[in-house]
Write a protein that binds this ligand. Structure first.
Ligand SMILES: Nc1ncnc2c1ncn2[C@@H]1O[C@H](COP(=O)(O)OP(=O)(O)OP(=O)(O)O)[C@@H](O)[C@H]1O
Ligand SMILES: [Mg+2]
Length: 567
């Protein structure tokens, strides 16, 4: 085994800017990255920006799993040079690293409608990474990664805001990215988390114990910087930005810039599957097909674990097909089809509407690619067909996910619909129910553990009937495989790999970030351990604390059941 990287000097040897440099830098940018006021960026793919360091940075946590994958030694995380760099101070980085990072512009579509009014100039030229700054690209253990600080201060896209992320949202994003990875769901990853011991910013939030829907007060919050890592941070919105410009010939390089960003996306996210020597049009068609596969699979996996992204705009939809931007997300505990933790999110981004929200983003993606194919009608119709096929592919992904979740060899529509209706009528904890079902119980006794209140006798009779018909299907599937007892045990094992035991429960996260505000990180570390082994049976102590229904007092509690501000 090769030695793990122990210093930033060694780390710097793995840095590689070549792909970034194949893109266009904003011609109006300063060359030193001192570019922190809102302004319009008319062209180019990125803007050099220096992060604004946290004052008195304090180490909170790093991901041991990701460190191992990247070949980084755990001791590096608490070293002085690492702390300095990943809390936003690039002034002392060793060559060939540059003392500045970069931010990128992107466009915004909400549920399939293009917007520019969120940009302070109303043109879309001032919208993009307002507080996310990539600081490096590196090839580690044979794989290329981009590292991005979130909350590292203002960029030209900051829209007049402070460029900061508060400790609460940073802890949430840091923990959940590794949780999602452990759940087997494609995601940006967490490298490290630092907080400031002195800086704070104000954010609207809830009073202690509040049941208000909207926040009532401005609260002073400690700032933090989390570093996330992904093959790229390219978003659907980014492709859209360049397509919008190309479509109306906004400047002489607009078409070339669109072409370059699409080629860049292929290189960064699809290089293994797409032959980059093929004609561009062919690559574009393949790209659409592959992204459709990834996106439909992603969203079906979200539903598998009860995840709701909350704000699935095109600018929060990674073009590499993984989960990105954990702001107003939540995990469904009490099952509701339209579960939505973000007060600004609306039903269109709610839990079981996510397949449609994804389709809207995919449509924007295809519309952007069309701009590249305008002269080629055969390929345009191919792209249209791929776009039109989205709902079918999505449906199959969902059906296959539900079949796996229910331990069935094939999807059974009637069985699923009946189950969902019963769950809705009863008031069931989504993940606990499916986990209990994974033991393939003979009767309802263990399943009622996941019920928030006892159902009426007639509903209970329906439950029993459902359980029997489900078990009959399982037994039939098992019979088809020969030895029935062994086959049932295997089905149960597979179900336990599809239905996690320990998932995100917001009311158990809140105390962890509150303790962190007081300098106590033990709960964050404990959660790191628990949430990165979500399918395992853990100790009795962990079970008693974390495998629990949401207590009544947290229903409709501001900042727990819902939140208005994610930043
Ligand atoms: N405090 C802030 N300062 C500057 N820009 C901000 C701030 N908060 C959000 N933004 C910007 O507002 C836009 C919408 O915010 P949104 O909550 O979707 O993203 P985010 O959580 O900041 O970032 P990301 O999508 O990179 O995870 C983004 O372009 C984001 O960069
Ligand atoms: Mg965002």
């Amino acid at each position: 085994m090769t030695e793990r990287i122990k210093t930033i000097d060694e780390f710097a040897k793995h840095v590689d800017y070549s792909l970034l440099e194949s893109l266009n830098c904003d011609p109006q940018a300063t060359q030193d990255g001192n570019d922190h006021n809102p302004r319009q960026v008319f062209s180019g793919h990125y803007v050099p920006v220096t992060p604004t360091p946290l004052t008195s940075p304090k180490y909170i946590a790093h991901s041991e799993t990701l460190f191992a994958e990247l070949g980084l030694d755990d001791s590096l995380a608490t070293s002085k040079a690492f702390t300095q760099l990943f809390s936003g101070d690039m002034s002392a980085v060793p060559a060939p690293m540059k003392p500045f990072g970069w931010a990128t512009g992107y466009a915004l579509s909400i549920y399939g409608t293009e917007y520019t009014q969120q940009c302070p100039f109303r043109t879309g030229n001032g919208y993009g990474d307002g507080r996310a700054i990539s600081i490096v690209e590196a090839v580690l253990n044979g794989k290329r990664w981009e590292m991005q600080l979130k909350g590292a201060g203002r960029t030209p896209y900051c829209r007049g805001a402070d460029g900061r992320a508060v400790l609460r949202s940073s802890v949430r994003e840091f923990l959940v990215q590794e949780h999602m990875h452990a759940l087997g769901i494609p995601t940006s990853r967490s490298l490290s988390l630092f907080m400031s011991e002195s800086d704070s910013v104000d954010r609207p939030w809830y009073r202690e114990g509040s049941h208000s829907y909207e926040p009532e007060v401005m609260v002073e919050n400690i700032t933090a910087i989390s570093t996330r890592v992904a093959p790229s941070f390219l978003r659907v919105g980014q492709i859209e930005l360049f397509a919008r410009r190309a479509r109306c010939d906004e400047h002489e390089h607009a078409r070339d810039e669109l072409k370059a960003i699409v080629m860049h996306l292929i290189e960064r996210e699809y290089a293994k599957e797409i032959d980059t020597t093929a004609p561009l049009e062919e690559q574009v068609i393949r790209l659409a097909e592959l992204f459709r596969d990834r996106l439909t699979n992603l969203v079906s996996q979200w539903v598998r674990v009860g995840y709701c992204q909350g704000n699935f705009n095109s600018d929060n939809c990674a073009a590499g097909g993984f989960t990105l931007d954990y702001g107003p997300f939540g995990f469904c505990e009490f099952f509701e089809a339209d579960y939505q933790p973000w007060t600004g999110g609306g039903r269109h981004f709610s839990f079981l509407n996510q397949p449609i929200a994804a389709q809207k983003n995919f449509d924007m993606f295809c519309r952007s690619l069309m701009t590249l194919l305008e002269e080629n009608s055969a390929q345009l119709s191919q792209l249209n067909a791929i776009n039109d096929g989205f709902s079918g592919v999505m449906e199959r992904a969902m059906e296959s996910m539900w079949a796996t979740k229910l331990g069935l060899a094939s999807y059974d529509h009637d069985l699923l619909i009946k189950l969902l209706q019963l769950m809705l009528r009863t008031g069931v904890d989504y993940n606990m129910f499916f986990r209990e079902l994974s033991s393939i119980p003979e009767d309802m006794a263990s399943l009622t553990k996941s019920f928030y209140y006892p159902p009426k006798a007639e509903v209970m009779t329906e439950w029993e009937a459902w359980l029997q018909s489900w078990r009959e299907r399982i037994e039939k599937d098992a019979e088809a495989q020969g030895n029935q007892t062994n086959a049932i045990a295997t089905i149960a094992e597979n179900m336990q790999q599809a239905n996690p035991k320990f998932t995100w429960r917001e009311w158990l996260i809140v105390p962890a970030y509150k303790a962190a505000e007081k300098g106590d990180f033990t709960q964050i570390h404990e959660l790191q351990n628990i949430l990165t082994a979500p399918y395992d049976e853990q100790s009795e102590e962990v079970e008693n604390k974390y495998y629990q229904l949401r207590p009544l007092e947290f229903f409709s509690a501001g900042g727990v059941a819902h939140y208005s501000c994610s930043s």
